[in-house]
Design a binder for this molecule. Structure first.
Ligand SMILES: Cc1cc2nc3c(=O)[nH]c(=O)nc-3n(C[C@H](O)[C@H](O)[C@H](O)COP(=O)(O)O)c2cc1C
Length: 174
């Protein structure tokens, strides 16, 4: 299976990041999961939230080989919804029944699509994703960024998005 899926998390669905991923996803003809529509609560050491939407969303992601993590840059990091989702992958480390799900992330390819009001995505933002992917055993496929300082202006990103889409299409599944 060579298909990708987008995991989207912004404080608004139709803002800069939403428009950016709608364009990318429609070109790739892939599905977008909007984390704001899901009931996923913050990491809990006691795992009382184990029956929320985290595992179903993760199971959905696991049927794809390429996962695009989509978020605006909020205070040098991802959106709160994206951070919550990433925190929850810790469930795989300490709930015995879930360890196998965590292992199935290995060798999938992870990408980032992001927007901010800076020329480029902050390196600490990209690096925190890269380190997380590495820890989870995922391959890193690259990122695409839109500078929305003067609003969302699609024509400015055509070249970068083309390259990003080509790299996803060319990347063979493991
Ligand atoms: C809470 C918040 C924090 C932000 N922090 C940053 C930041 O650290 N660096 C940056 O370049 N832009 C920052 N921005 C600007 C957003 O990244 C930018 O406007 C982005 O395109 C918003 O995407 P959205 O419409 O999906 O929310 C911030 C915006 C908000 C609302």
């Amino acid at each position: 299976m060579n298909k990708a899926i987008a995991l989207f998390a912004s404080a608004r669905r139709n803002g800069n990041t939403g428009k950016f991923i709608d364009w990318i996803a429609s070109t790739l003809d892939i599905q977008i999961i909007d984390l704001s529509e899901k009931d996923i609560s913050p990491y809990d050491y006691n795992h009382k939230n184990i029956n929320d939407d985290f595992i179903p969303v993760m199971n959905q992601l696991l049927s794809y080989e390429k996962i695009i993590f989509v978020t605006p840059v909020y205070w040098y990091g991802p959106s709160a919804q994206m951070k919550t989702f990433i925190d929850r992958t810790s469930d795989f480390l300490d709930v015995e029944d879930l360890k196998d799900i965590g292992r199935r992330l290995r060798n999938k390819t992870a990408y980032i699509a992001c927007t901010s009001i800076s020329d480029d995505a902050d390196s600490s933002f990209i690096n925190s994703f890269k380190s997380t992917f590495e820890y989870l055993g995922m391959d890193y496929g690259g990122y695409v960024h839109a500078n929305c300082e003067n609003g969302y202006n699609q024509v400015k990103y055509i070249e970068d998005v083309d390259k990003f889409i080509n790299s996803i299409q060319e990347q063979k599944s493991a």
